[in-house]
Write a protein that binds this ligand. Structure first.
Ligand code: UDP
Length: 307
């Protein structure tokens, strides 16, 4: 049994990861300020309700998973101008704790660091910084700065994860994520808001598979390695995704192609296509996601029905 700290352990990915660690027989301490939490508690985990930077951390830690942070294309907008300092400061504190405990740190970064790179991307692709200073850009730059800072720390055993689009039970609409929105819209017969042009491509992966990949990075990842996690076999357009959700629910909602700026204002920025190359995660972590998008959608709907 190991003692793991999960920052952001009450969030979407963190809550599934915490449960997975507990199921594997480990002790789990969650540090979470509940700002974007999706569960109140995790059965069996100790919860420290505080900001990662100011929290009173436990001392006997065998490994840290750092997931806490602002999240979602809409969710980050309200933190504009403060995203960089928040992301960097939380990571600095977390790295200090990892050094003090002489334990590995798995940092959950983002596929946003690839910017406008042509897809699919592997971990050696250059990062392309486009013009403009949107909240999404601030988020991407903050995460990239943090990755670089952690990788350059000679005294730190860090492994970095870049998740691509994740979906599944407990994902909140608050951050702006597409699947919970589509499910709600289709269920209530409202128009489904496909953001223009609708041909943008994503590859969705079930949250449980992403959580397992994150755990494997702790178990068998290499120090200073960066791993894409996602399921390239699930690549599809957002319009196709909307049709699948509508079909799964037997809904007769209309599909509307709309300009997201009309909903979220000028600060909203769309990301270009995002498709991972996961060869490295397959080789090092045995990461072979199998759930297709329809299975992810079905699980999401089943979970919503049971709430
Ligand atoms: N999207 C959409 N309608 C919505 C919300 C999102 O068409 O109501 C699109 C969004 O423009 C993006 C994709 O769905 O192309 C995935 O969006 P999400 O916010 O889940 O994640 P992103 O990959 O953009 O960070």
């Amino acid at each position: 049994m190991r003692h793991y700290v999960v920052t952001g352990g009450l969030g979407f990915i963190g809550s599934h990861l915490s449960e997975l660690l507990l199921d594997a027989g480990h002790r789990v301490t969650i540090i979470d300020d509940r700002r974007t939490s999706v569960v109140d508690r995790i059965q069996g985990a100790t919860i420290i309700e505080d900001d990662v930077v100011w929290a009173d951390w436990p001392s006997d830690i065998d490994g840290i998973f750092h997931l806490a942070g602002p999240v979602g294309p809409v969710g980050v907008i309200e933190w504009s101008g403060k995203i960089v300092s928040q992301v960097v400061q939380a990571a600095e504190r977390t790295a200090t704790e990892a050094r003090m405990n002489d334990c590995p740190l798995v940092y959950v970064s983002t596929s946003e660091v690839y910017g406008e790179q042509r897809q699919p991307v592997n971990e050696w692709a250059p990062r392309i910084i486009s013009a403009g200073a949107t909240a999404r850009m601030e988020y991407a730059v903050a995460k990239l700065a943090t990755e670089t800072m952690l990788l350059n720390d000679l005294f730190l055993d860090v492994r970095i994860i870049r998740p691509f689009n994740v979906a599944g039970p407990r994902q909140s609409e608050r951050g702006g994520f597409v699947l919970p929105r589509f499910v709600r819209q289709a269920k209530s017969g409202q128009a489904m808001t496909v953001y223009r042009p609708g041909t943008q491509r994503r590859a969705f992966t079930h949250v449980i598979e992403i959580a397992s990949g994150i755990y494997e990075a702790m178990r068998r990842g290499r120090t200073k390695a960066v791993y894409n996690l996602g399921n390239p076999a699930n690549e599809m357009t957002i319009l196709d995704l909307a049709l699948r959700v509508r079909n799964a629910l037997g809904s007769d909602s209309d599909i509307e192609i709309i300009d997201p700026v009309s909903l979220h204002g000028n600060s909203f920025a769309e990301a270009p296509d995002k498709i991972p190359d996961i060869g490295l995660a397959q080789a090092d972590l045995g990461f072979y996601p199998v759930m297709g998008v329809d299975a992810v959608i079905a699980d999401l709907i089943a979970h919503e029905a049971g709430r």
